[in-house]
Ligand binder design. Structure first.
Ligand code: A5P
Length: 232
């Protein structure tokens, strides 16, 4: 089975958690796109839900699939967010942001009563960090922010190259929020919660891709079948 088929299987299992009347956070990326498409099928069959997209790309997909949309300003809570991931560990701590939507993804996940992460099982890791950690930064004062990030890496006992993410045009990739992303090639992150806390304290860092304690369930699709893992 192809990676894409596995992603669709994980998405299909997550759709089973959706009930009529729910307010949903809609993630970003190729796995979340499957979820939006499958949700759209249920909506066309009569399911009533409303969604908050985590990116302009997801907003376009959801509209195409007929999923009604709202904003976090128009509602007082979200029942469930379903999103993909770049890495997931046994605590269900997650690296996200490979697609550059981590800021809105984290705002939506944090506003949600429950978050389900969906992925093919290649995303399951013993230790986070092989996937470069995306850090969303303000372009102003980037050199100072980089130095502050490097200092916090030293304190968190990690090290590695930091590179500004480039878009297809060769210029800096610009997020939906108008910021840039630096990718930190750390290889290993022994203490994700500590690194997250340190990064949160840097003024030029808008957000980072460590999602600590947000995911309650991971749905992982592999060649042996689907595994549903609860946060310990
Ligand atoms: C988007 O910013 C990301 O957080 C994605 O959710 C993550 O990169 C997973 O993407 P795929 O589902 O495409 O692997």
């Amino acid at each position: 089975m192809s990676m894409d088929q596995l992603k669709r299987q994980a998405a299909a299992r997550a759709v089973e958690y959706v009930e009529g009347g729910m307010k949903l956070g809609l993630g970003t990326g190729s796995t979340a796109k499957h979820f939006v498409e499958l949700l759209g099928e249920r909506v066309r069959a009569g399911l009533k839900v409303v969604g908050v997209p985590t990116s302009e790309a997801t907003r376009v997909d959801a509209e195409r699939c007929g999923v009604a949309l709202t904003t976090l300003d128009a509602i007082d809570h979200l029942d469930l967010t379903v999103d993909g991931a770049d890495e997931i560990d046994a605590n269900l701590d997650v690296i996200k942001g490979g697609g550059g939507a981590l800021l809105r993804e984290k705002i939506v996940a944090a506003a949600s009563a429950r978050m389900i992460v969906i992925a093919d099982d290649s995303k399951w890791v013993e230790q986070l960090g092989r996937f470069p950690l995306p850090i969303e930064v303000v372009p102003f004062g980037l050199a100072a922010t980089r130095r502050a990030i490097e200092n916090c890496f030293t304190q968190a006992d990690v090290s590695g190259e930091i590179s500004v993410r480039k878009g297809r045009d060769g210029h800096a990739f610009v997020t939906d929020g108008g910021h840039w992303i630096v990718d930190a090639h750390l290889g290993r992150i022994p203490d994700g919660p500590r690194l997250a806390t340190l990064l949160n304290a840097i003024p030029g860092v808008v957000e980072h891709g460590l999602f600590i304690g947000l995911a309650g369930i991971a749905i992982l699709a592999g060649s042996q079948g689907i595994r549903v893992v609860d946060r310990p």
